[in-house]
Design a protein around this ligand. Structure first.
Ligand SMILES: Cc1cc2nc3c(=O)[nH]c(=O)nc-3n(C[C@H](O)[C@H](O)[C@H](O)COP(=O)(O)OP(=O)(O)OC[C@H]3O[C@@H](n4cnc5c(N)ncnc54)[C@H](O)[C@@H]3O)c2cc1C
Length: 453
């Protein structure tokens, strides 16, 4: 009898992982706690339930990184994408779906598969033997969260994200901003110039605070607690506490000299910190926020130097269980301390239905290959799947690690392609062409190695 693969969680990642492994001939048991044990966001006992919006976002596989992930998943026989297309609703360029028939179809496909068994139970421990994938998502049950923390250390499993907006470095206006760490601290030139600084005059600061106070904010979901607030206050809450609070907090102008105007001390300074090893992404330090997405763009573009900024992701604060993956997972998504356990989906520090399903696709293939003793070539870094995987398993800054959507800032830059906003269309097309070629080659290599056995 072949070894079974156990998958905990039958959401986006667990369902896709199960489908991939079962399709490769591996017997799979999905352990899903719903409907016996619920979460505050799920409503049914179905596999693949969408907890909020019914959109898989852009379906443009030439100009959009999420659309590229769609394309890659479709070409890998992905269940989530195939079912999404079958239940598509009209939504312009977005892939929106009829959520209940979608989840029902995912459930039916998996329960009908001869290699899949579904067991409705909560798993509360990390098993010491067998092959396991944990895909328990942002709302991982409390008992399992405690077991994971016992293994990883409390500080390496977070229960909330506090995401500051992330900007594409090449859209920051460096004729206004400059690179410098506070008090020029650091041993090396790279450390002394680690931050990008955006200066504000008193008038600009006042207008910024007014806009922050007036901006539309999102409410917490019912059942989400706000008890995490200490230490990661949203900037608009800081501004509500007093107009000067930010100027004495994340926007303090001390220890910095503006080389574009050294005679004048800025009234306030917004700092951006490098967010990935490639240096293509910068987060706005201390700017976690509950402002609505549209409002965030308007307010943050008031910051001098960010007038033309493009955002790789906007800020947010949510209930979200996720690992510090860069320190905990190896390049095959296994827990370094317990290689019989893989993690997949949102709990690995990706964000969104599509990204979670994509990480499930890879984890399912990796686990199945291991059980079948087949060689699985390394996922190419130039694909959307590879870029995301590389980010969570080592490319991201571990100290400030927060969940990430797929975006072109995670891709290795291309030589000879124009940077900045103007070269964007050509650059994105070149990224997606390169990714599609690498993904196709990766899939072919797996088919060839299976055929040879
Ligand atoms: C309130 C809320 C709103 C969101 N809105 C959106 C949105 O609009 N768009 C978007 O793209 N993303 C959204 N997300 C993020 C979304 O959750 C993920 O994108 C996606 O669902 C993650 O997929 P996953 O498979 O990792 O987790 P999930 O889809 O959540 O699946 C995890 C599964 O594991 C099960 N489980 C948990 N613990 C255990 C256990 N101990 N034993 C057995 N089973 C267990 C859960 O019941 C669940 O079915 C939202 C998240 C939350 C919390």
């Amino acid at each position: 009898m072949k070894t079974e693969l156990h998958i905990v969680g039958g959401g986006m990642a667990g369902s896709e992982a199960a489908w991939q492994a079962a399709s490769m001939g591996v017997p799979v048991v999905i352990h899903e706690m719903r409907p016996k044990v619920g979460t505050f966001a799920h409503r049914t006992g179905n596999l693949g339930e969408m907890v909020c919006s019914n959109s898989f976002r852009s379906d443009d596989d030439e100009q959009n990184a999420v659309g590229l992930l769609h394309w890659e998943m479709m070409h890998a026989g992905g269940l989530i994408m195939r079912t999404a297309h079958a239940h598509r609703l009209p939504a312009g360029g977005a892939l929106a779906v009829d959520r209940d028939p979608f989840a029902q179809a995912v459930t039916d496909a998996l329960t009908a598969h001869p290699n899949v068994r579904v067991s409705h139970e909560e798993v509360t421990e990390l098993p010491t033997d067998g092959h396991w994938i944990f895909a328990t998502g942002p709302l991982t049950s409390t008992a399992l969260g405690a077991a994971i923390q016992a293994e990883t250390g409390a500080e390496r499993l977070a229960f909330f994200d506090a995401i500051a907006p992330i900007v594409y470095a090449d859209t920051i206006d460096m004729d206004i901003a400059w690179r410098q760490s506070r008090y020029d601290k650091g041993e090396t030139e790279a450390e002394r110039t680690a931050y990008i600084n955006c200066p504000m005059t008193r008038e600009q600061y006042d207008a910024f605070i007014d806009a922050l106070l007036a901006a539309d904010k999102t409410e917490f979901h019912e059942g989400e607690t706000a008890g995490y607030f200490d230490g990661c206050l949203p900037i608009e809450v800081m501004a509500e506490r007093g107009r000067e609070t930010l100027r004495h907090g994340p926007m303090k102008p001390v220890g910095l000299t503006n080389p574009h105007d050294p005679e004048h001390k800025p009234w306030a300074v917004v700092q951006l910190r490098r967010d990935n090893a490639l240096g293509t992404l910068y987060n706005i330090v201390g700017f976690q926020t509950k402002m609505k997405y549209g409002a965030q763009k308007d307010v943050f573009r008031m910051i001098p130097g960010l007038g033309e900024a493009n955002f790789a992701r906007l800020g947010g604060i949510h209930r979200n269980t996720f690992l510090n993956s860069p320190t905990l997972l190896d390049e095959r998504m296994r827990l370094r301390t317990r290689p019989n356990i893989r993690f997949a989906g949102q709990v690995t520090g990706v964000e969104g239905y599509v990204e979670s399903a994509a990480m499930g696709l890879i984890a399912g293939r990796m686990a199945a290959s291991e059980i079948l003793d087949q060689d699985l070539p390394v996922v190419p870094q130039d694909t959307a799947h590879g870029a995301l995987m590389h980010h969570i398993s080592g490319g991201a800054e571990a100290k400030t690690f927060q969940p990430m959507n797929v975006n072109f800032g995670l891709f290795r830059p291309l030589d000879g392609i124009r940077g900045g906003r103007r070269g964007r269309r050509d650059r994105y097309k070149a990224y997606t062409d390169r990714a599609k070629a690498a993904w196709t080659e990766w899939l072919h290599a797996q088919r060839a190695s299976r055929a040879a056995e």
